[in-house]
Design a protein around this ligand. Structure first.
Ligand code: PLP
Length: 387
């Protein structure tokens, strides 16, 4: 068994060997992909090969992939009132987001604060489609929905939402950062106009992302970063060749693994959840009533404090996370669980376990042993308080 067990794949995935090799090879290229000489053309080839690989993962034409510095940047690039289609050049006058979006979407991109409205979710964390329909009717909306939630793993009914949004003349942006590589993520099947991806969640390098357009006719009148005209004028700046090469390799590997890996993870995750509950039957697993990612469990137990649990697991050699990784380090109540109506008592104790392609049965065993210790200490503490 390795020394540590990593259960924080939704925060970031370890670099895949294929991605490391691709990045290392790209690091020895001297050229700028925009240069016309042989060195430049070699770098361009690497970028364009990776573009094909990333595009293939989501079923889009390669020319519709815009590389960015992160999923966060791709989300901000997407959240602009100025997206136009061939048929409709009106600006979007409002941004609709679900109540459980990632902080980079909650920040609202380039929409004025007053133009942003939140769509509620049900107790399992699924967006309320009736509320969406009512909101989408007023004006031309850009709607931003995540395909899968980073904390609970709950999968949103994105394709159904797309029909409602398009019938009302709006556009749909889908943040697929947590979903891609874990569940099928075809941009056309989802009905998304724009799709955000992040390389480091699928075993690429941190600091590389992409915004994918379903159609070349979906055009942005005001790019976020202007300058040298790279990325078809949608994102200026010399490309991060090594990061993009690694992204392409990670995407190709994730695509090859496909359903077999998802099935393996699903079985491990079910085993893990059964173990958590058999040790402490009052364990609450969030999002159980909904379809979820095969790799994610968010759970809590009355009396548990997430920050204490994270440290206790860490001391046992296990990396887990409390709530959203992007706010780890600061203990903040989860807006996702709050939107699902979870009680403050359970919300305080929410711990996320996320699995990946390296997770093994031995990791599960180590985690469940640590959980047994922690749950026993908690129940003794509770009995102590009651005495
Ligand atoms: N969207 C979701 C759902 C995420 O979970 C994250 C990161 O955790 C992001 C966007 C941001 O991606 P990045 O870390 O590449 O900025």
């Amino acid at each position: 068994m390795s020394e540590r067990s990593y259960f924080d794949w939704n925060a970031t995935a370890p670099l895949r060997p294929q991605a490391r090799r691709a990045a290392e090879a790209a690091l020895s290229l001297a050229g700028n992909p925009s240069s016309v000489h042989a060195e430049g053309r070699a770098a361009r080839r690497v970028v364009e090969d990776a573009r094909l690989q990333v595009a293939a993962l989501v079923g889009a034409p390669a020319s519709n992939v815009v590389f960015t510095s992160s999923g966060t940047e791709a989300n901000i690039l997407a959240l602009s009132p100025a997206w136009q289609t061939a048929a409709d050049k009106r600006p979007c006058n409002r941004l609709l987001i679900s109540a459980v979006e990632h902080s980079s979407v909650r920040a609202g991109g380039r929409f004025a604060r007053e133009a942003v409205a939140e769509i509620p979710v049900d107790a399992a964390g699924r967006v309320n489609l009736t509320a969406l329909e009512a909101l989408a009717k007023s004006g031309r909306s850009l709607v931003s929905l995540m395909l899968a939630n980073n904390e609970t793993g709950v999968i949103q009914p994105v394709a159904e939402a797309a029909e409602i949004i398009h019938a009302a003349g709006g556009l749909l942006h889908v943040d697929a950062v947590q979903a891609v590589g874990r569940i099928p993520c075809d941009i056309t099947a989802l009905g998304a106009d724009l799709l955000t991806l992040s390389a480091h969640k699928i075993g690429g390098l941190k600091g590389t992302g992409a915004l994918v357009r379903a159609s070349e006719d979906t055009h942005l009148a005001d790019p976020l970063i202007r300058g040298g005209g790279q990325e078809r004028g949608l994102r200026a700046g010399t490309e991060n060749v090594a990061g993009i090469a690694a992204f392409g390799a990670a995407a190709a590997t994730a695509r090859e693994e496909g359903e077999a890996e998802a099935k393996r993870m699903h079985a491990l995750r079910d085993q893990l959840e059964a173990g958590l509950r058999s040790i402490a039957p009052r364990t609450v697993i969030f999002g159980l009533g909904a379809e979820r990612l095969p790799n994610t469990t968010l759970f809590s137990l009355e009396g548990m404090k997430a920050e204490t649990a994270v440290i206790a697991f860490d001391l046992e050699g296990i990396a887990v996370s409390s709530g959203a990784a992007c706010s780890s380090g600061k203990v903040q109540p989860s807006h996702v669980l709050a939107a699902m109506g979870v009680s403050p008592e359970l919300l305080r104790g929410a711990v996320r376990l996320s699995l990946g392609c390296d997770t093994t049965e031995s990791d599960l065993e180590r985690l469940l042993n640590a959980w047994r210790k922690l749950a026993t200490a908690l129940s003794k503490g509770r009995r102590g308080i009651a005495a």
